[in-house]
Design a binder for this molecule. Structure first.
Ligand SMILES: [Zn+2]
Length: 180
């Protein structure tokens, strides 16, 4: 199953949320999202040569925008719904707080999940689905292909794929994702 890479528009330069928006965010007592560039090797929950960060957006940093096909969005939603099973399989800890979208002040989330693909592990926050749906966030094609073709968390196939990826390292380390 493939997903044609959509036309990419120029990255959005967002100059940050308004004071009013940020005040709303802070009133909800949420933890701001920590920015990690797409495909970098470090996230709050796992890091290393095997890690590929995706979806760690922040308004102060531009991100690629475009249309994601429905197959990808549908499949991504299934990964997000099973984020707890992914976290358990990977041996990650839980965050103590949640994130509210710093672009619009609506969607929120606190979980993360991994998508194994060969020898690498994509690491994403569940907010990624909100970013795709409401902010036209366009993910790297490698991640799109991994989501479309990879096994879902909670399946035996997912467990095996985690072992083949760096996810086994995360599990052996018993990484605890300490919130800020
Ligand atoms: Zn939003």
């Amino acid at each position: 199953m493939t997903c044609t890479r959509p036309r990419v528009t120029m990255p959005l330069i967002n100059h940050g949320p308004s004071r009013r928006l940020m005040a709303g965010v802070m009133r909800r007592n949420n933890i701001p999202m920590t920015y990690h560039p797409d495909m970098s090797n470090f996230t709050m929950v796992a890091s290393g040569d095997y890690v590929r960060a995706v979806g760690w957006l922040h308004p102060e940093h531009p991100y690629p925008r475009g249309h994601a096909c429905w197959k990808f969005r549908w499949r991504l939603r299934r990964f997000v719904r099973r984020a707890d099973e992914s976290t358990e399989e990977l041996g990650w800890g839980s965050f103590r707080g949640s994130h509210t979208c710093e672009f619009c002040g609506r969607g929120s989330g606190y979980r993360n999940f991994g998508v194994p693909a060969g020898g690498i592990l994509f690491v994403a926050p569940e907010m990624i689905l909100h970013y795709v749906r409401w902010h036209r966030y366009l993910l790297p094609v490698e991640f799109i292909e991994a989501v479309l073709s990879g096994p879902l968390p909670g399946t035996a196939e997912y467990g095996r794929a985690v072992l083949c990826s760096g996810g086994a390292i995360s599990r052996s380390r018993g990484v605890v994702a300490a919130a800020m």
